[in-house]
Design a protein around this ligand. Structure first.
Ligand SMILES: C[S@@+](CC[C@H](N)C(=O)[O-])C[C@H]1O[C@@H](n2cnc3c(N)ncnc32)[C@H](O)[C@@H]1O
Length: 226
């Protein structure tokens, strides 16, 4: 079981370097652009003020949400510099400081992969509480099927949890319906030369919307609250 303290300390220590370290290179920019494209498509009808980001970190994706929550004060401090007018709250996403049905949509990117399944269930319960009926919860999670296929065995909490769509469906029960799925990172981009990464991205994004998304590293899901 991973402790929250361990994750929070890790991100507090990384906060000042996070943007550059994770997204300042060709691999990070590739991911960033693919992820933004998905959010742009799926959130196009949701006003920014009606959307909250859970685990918003330094605010990489806060163009899509007017409110952000993170339990790392130092990550949020970076976000506040970029988004001084946003509502930014230090809180645990398993215990959100919002009243019922406050938002039309929530999203969490690169967050659930850190959490144990029981914690993911708690996050889904909180999202269910704060989102209005018919609203959406969007998130990404590593693709369990691909991990089994390539015999992935990296340990540690960082990318610990992967799910298949079947497992996710079981966790959702009757509270949520999976309405969209998309892949991210179909090509093993970290093994390819820098020069070909950018030109490959549109093809990767397109293939990740076809049945080949089954092979992608991550899956984005949009759940609709029932
Ligand atoms: C990999 S970063 C992702 C940040 C941002 N979503 C992005 O994509 O750039 C993961 C973030 O989740 C936050 N986090 C992890 N578990 C959390 C929890 N239980 N409650 C609140 N924030 C959490 C961490 O502090 C960190 O800022």
């Amino acid at each position: 079981m991973t402790s929250n303290q361990e994750i929070r300390t890790y991100y507090d220590e990384l906060a000042e370097r996070y943007d550059d370290n994770r997204f300042g290179n060709t691999y990070g920019r590739y991911l960033h652009e693919q992820e933004k494209q998905i959010l742009r498509r799926w959130l196009k009808d949701i006003p920014v003020k009606d959307c909250v980001e859970l685990g918003c970190g330094t605010g990489r994706l806060l163009d899509f949400a007017g409110t952000g929550v993170d339990f790392s004060p130092k990550m949020l401090k970076q976000a506040a510099v970029k988004y001084p007018k946003h509502q930014l709250q230090v809180a645990d996403i398993t215990d959100l400081p919002f009243s019922n049905h406050s938002f039309k949509a929530a999203f969490a990117v690169h967050v659930l992969m850190h959490l144990d399944i029981e914690v993911i269930r708690q996050v889904l319960r909180q999202a269910y509480r704060i989102i209005r009926p018919g609203g959406y919860f969007i998130f990404d999670v590593p693709n369990l099927w691909r991990r089994r296929f390539i015999n992935y065995s990296k340990g540690g909490w960082h990318g610990n949890t992967a799910l298949s769509q079947n497992e996710l469906g079981i966790i959702c029960g009757n509270d949520w319906r999976i309405v969209h799925t998309a892949g991210v990172l179909l090509f093993p981009i970290h093994q390819l030369p820098n020069a070909v990464r950018r030109p490959l991205r549109p093809l990767d994004s397109w293939l990740c919307r076809t049945p080949l998304k089954r092979f992608a590293s991550y899956h984005f899901y949009a759940l609709q609250r029932q």
